[in-house]
Design a protein around this ligand. Sequence first.
Ligand SMILES: Cc1cc2nc3c(=O)[nH]c(=O)nc-3n(C[C@H](O)[C@H](O)[C@H](O)COP(=O)(O)OP(=O)(O)OC[C@H]3O[C@@H](n4cnc5c(N)ncnc54)[C@H](O)[C@@H]3O)c2cc1C
Length: 227
Amino acid sequence: MIAADGAHSKIRPYLTDLKPIYSGILMLEGNVSNAEKSAPHIKELIKDGKIMAFGNHKNLLLGQKGSGELGFYASFRTNENWAQESGLNFSDPKQILEWFKKEYPEWSSIWYELFENATAPFIPRPIYYMPLDQVWKTQSNLTLLGDAAHVMPPFAGEGANMAMLDALELSQCLTSDQFSTLHEAISHYETQMRQRAAEATKESLENGDKMHSETALTTMLEFFSGH
Ligand SMILES: Cc1cc2nc3c(=O)[nH]c(=O)nc-3n(C[C@H](O)[C@H](O)[C@H](O)COP(=O)(O)OP(=O)(O)OC[C@H]3O[C@@H](n4cnc5c(N)ncnc54)[C@H](O)[C@@H]3O)c2cc1C
């Protein structure tokens, strides 16, 4: 069995008791369909690409999708149960706009267009990661890949890439002549996968800290100009 059932995998507990850890950051997701018509000013700004807007400890991340839809996230530090405790109705864009004005008070009104025209409901996504030093005893009939194995914050853009690489490397191990048993093949895959995922998780945690710091804007400008 290969468990590829995401961050809250039902299969993972058969391999390990280690659970995802809350990162302290929550991303509130919204989507604007037909952005050309419903959010023309943002559409003009984004130029079919991406926008990362940084403020004091908070940010807005936007991406143009192929479908003409604009996806966006308000990302900020809060507690894990914020969605339940906030009292907000995530199906009511007007309420979420008022929340944005209150929580992002220094931000330009240009962003309001996103909240005014978003398709309800907004989706609160608390961001999790797996322990960097996680290890479990290999089994010969069960393994994990993707977020089930190593959910991480999205701030290095590596989660989906890691999941696909896991699938490739696992298939190579399972079909290779190098291993005489399934146990050996899975053990090799898991060792490499955990090490690779731990490095990406560390990077995504560090980037998350930078992006939600007091000096996020200058830090991120330096970060990008260094590449
Ligand atoms: C806000 C945000 C932004 C992100 N941005 C990026 C990015 O820019 N770049 C990047 O590489 N990654 C990004 N990621 C991470 C990326 O989305 C995940 O790492 C990736 O989706 C993991 O893929 P997966 O297949 O392991 O898990 P998932 O995508 O969670 O897929 C698991 C699937 O299993 C299904 N499932 C669960 N249980 C069962 C069951 N019992 N029976 C049948 N099916 C089941 C679920 O319905 C789901 O379809 C982001 C994540 C978030 C939250």
